[in-house]
Every structure is written in C-alpha cells, then in structure tokens.
Design a protein around this ligand. Structure first.
Ligand code: ATP
Length: 338
C-alpha cells in the first residue's frame, strides 16, 4: 500500500519528532512547520522531508492552500491548543486527524468535569468558593502552561495569603489528592472499535520533584520555597498489573460517554487521562487530554505495552500513522479526519 502521495504534517514542538518519525516509518511524506531557530532540530533528526519556517505557529492558517496541495493530514498536539484558538481550527480546510468537536469539551473545565463525572470517573472535589476549603487544595489558573503559578493551600486563610500575588486571573480550587501522579496514555481506533493501552508516565516538574532533596530544616531556613509544577520532562512508569482492568474500563467509559455527549464519532485516536493513585488504589482523574501527550515521547520505539501487543516498534506517533494508513486502505479516511 503506497501512502507516499499523502503528507503528514505537524507543528515543530511538543511531540513532533515522534509523530513525524512514526509517519515516515509507515511510508508517508512528512512536513514540519517549525519556528525560526528550531528548524535545526527537525533537520538533525531527519524526520521531516520538508520544513516550512514560520515566525509564529498561527501562520499555519495562511499556509492552508500549500498544505491542501500536498494532500496533507495535520496531526494536532499540545502546542496546537496552547498557542491557537479553537475557533480558528474549526474553519480550517486542511485534513485534521481527530474530532474537532472534542476540543471544546476538553478545554472548558466545566464541560470536562461533566464528561468525566458522567463517565463515572472519580474526580477531585472542586470548591466553588475559598470559604468552603476544608482540606488541602491545589489552586490552578486557567490557561496556565505547564503548571506555572499553581499553588497549594491548607485552608481559607492560606488561600487568601497566596492569592495576593495573583490579580484578575481565573482559577479553580481543587481538592489535593494525596497519592502518586500517573498519566494513562490510550489509543482508541474508530476503525476497529478497540481501545489500546499505549503507555504511562509521570512528569518531572520543577521544583516540586526536587524539594525532597532539601531537608525540612533547610527549607525553613531558606524561607520561601513554594512548590511549583513547571514541566521539564517525563519519567516512564509501568503500573501494577492488577490496576490494568480498571485503567481499561476508565478509558472505555470515557470513549463511550463522548459518543453520547459530544458527537456520534466521539473521542478517537490518542488521548490521556491524568490522575493520582491513592494508597487505597483509588484512581482520581483531574484532567483529560484528547490528543497525543508529550509523555508518550518516552516510548519511541515502543513501550512495554505496545511491544507486547505489536511485537515491533509502535510509538503513539506511529500508531496514529498506522491508523491513517489503514483508513486509506479501507477507503475510510473521511471517517477519521475533519
Ligand atoms: P496540562 O499541561 O496537562 O494542561 P498542567 O500542567 O497545567 O496541565 P496539571 O497537570 O493539572 O497542570 O497539574 C500539575 C501538577 O499538579 C501535576 O504534577 C499533577 O500531578 C498535580 N496535580 C494536579 N491536580 C492535582 C490534584 N487534584 N491532586 C494532587 N495533585 C494534583
């Protein structure tokens, strides 16, 4: 099956190396839209047949005619959502892998909460007002990139003290779940109706992941060290095998509910449930990402799970390309792009 008359393209950031490598391995032409100065990364790794340099990622919209001419399929990742408006995507005429209707549901905190709750997923309690705080909470700002500025508060007074550094920012007050963080990476195929577990990671965050290297005595001596959650990388994990049935079920419930709540096709392709596992083995999910997440970058060529399933290199990036290839083969491409 020759797919070389299709081009798989993405923005040069986040998980582009993995996406483009996977596309090349499946026989597609590849195109990277890179910010000036970062082209050398994509050149050096040899993953892009073509690189288009831009000053800003939003220039993607003015490149549409060029992309359509090349029979391009765009693969979204975290930088699409972080740097561009959802409405701009909706009008785009370039083929886009995934369901654009899902974007609104994952990016609006109240819709996301409705989706997870109706899918019977445990989520941390949300406090509508600071006065209701009766346990440790994490305060998250809207549109925060990589957990910048989030803080912990132990009660209402602590909340107001820490809020003095923030004015006019929208935020949510969430119960802080004591346990270990874990990010569950899935892939749901619309072609086979099968949900696959791809891999798991946890994040490497500055400075919360290194505060433990400083003794409590020294933390006091150094006065103000507040934890922050700025993501600088990812760490691979496997989970106890006895947790896998629940992890599968959670993913299936989220997919099923999306078909009911969002649109007929619902959520498909790669997605991630982001949560905390408590000592009682309860899994709380505080966020869903309805696309490839950067934690999957750890698993090119494969994760322990995709190796067991496929017996050959299968990253999430490659799995996306394989899905597109299978859809082309079965004349079903229009089902998985919009
Ligand atoms: P994203 O980039 O995925 O949109 P983010 O980086 O803005 O999200 P989160 O992933 O929501 O931030 O959270 C940042 C950090 O805080 C993570 O380490 C996460 O494990 C931890 N965290 C978030 N919510 C909770 C919670 N309710 N209880 C305990 N830990 C939490």
């Amino acid at each position: 099956m020759d797919v070389s008359n299709y081009t798989i393209a993405t923005l040069g950031s986040h998980s582009a190396l993995q996406i483009l490598k996977g596309a090349k391995d499946e026989g597609f032409k590849t195109l990277c839209i890179a910010k000036k100065g970062s082209e050398k990364v994509y050149k050096s790794f040899g993953v892009a047949d073509e690189i288009i340099s831009v000053n800003q990622f939003s220039e993607l919209f003015s490149l549409q005619d060029e992309l359509v001419k090349r029979n391009t399929i765009l693969i979204p990742h975290g930088s699409f959502i972080a740097y561009m408006k959802i409405d701009d995507f909706k009008d785009m005429k370039v083929m886009y892998f995934g369901n654009k209707d899902v974007l609104e549901w994952e990016s609006a905190r109240d819709l996301e909460r409705q989706w997870l709750t109706e899918a019977n997923i445990k989520i941390p309690r949300i406090f509508e007002t600071p006065e209701e705080i009766d346990r440790p909470v994490i305060v998250k700002f809207y549109g925060a990139k990589g957990g910048m500025g989030y803080f912990l508060a132990k009660d209402t007074k602590d909340f107001y003290e820490k809020m003095t550094h923030h004015t006019n920012e929208k935020y949510v007050i969430q119960e802080y779940i004591i346990g270990v963080p874990a990010y569950f990476h899935y892939f749901y195929s619309l072609l086979t109706n099968e949900l696959e577990i791809m891999s798991f990671d946890k994040r490497y965050e500055s400075n919360v992941d290194s505060i433990g290297r400083i003794s409590a005595r020294d933390q006091f001596a150094l006065k103000k060290i507040d934890p922050s959650y700025v993501v600088v990388g990812n760490i691979p994990i496997t989970v106890r095998e006895s947790l896998l049935p629940e992890i599968f079920d959670m993913g299936e419930r989220v997919v099923e509910k999306s078909k009911e709540l969002i649109s007929k096709r619902g959520l498909f392709g790669p997605f991630c449930l982001e949560g905390v596992i408590t000592p009682e083995a309860d899994i709380y999910i505080f966020e869903i990402s309805a696309r490839i997440v950067a934690g999957t970058n750890l698993f090119a060529p494969y994760s322990p799970y995709t190796y067991i399933k496929y017996g050959e290199p299968m990253s999430t990036g490659r799995r996306i390309a394989l899905e597109i290839k299978n859809a082309i083969k079965e004349n079903m491409l229009s089902e998985i792009v919009c």
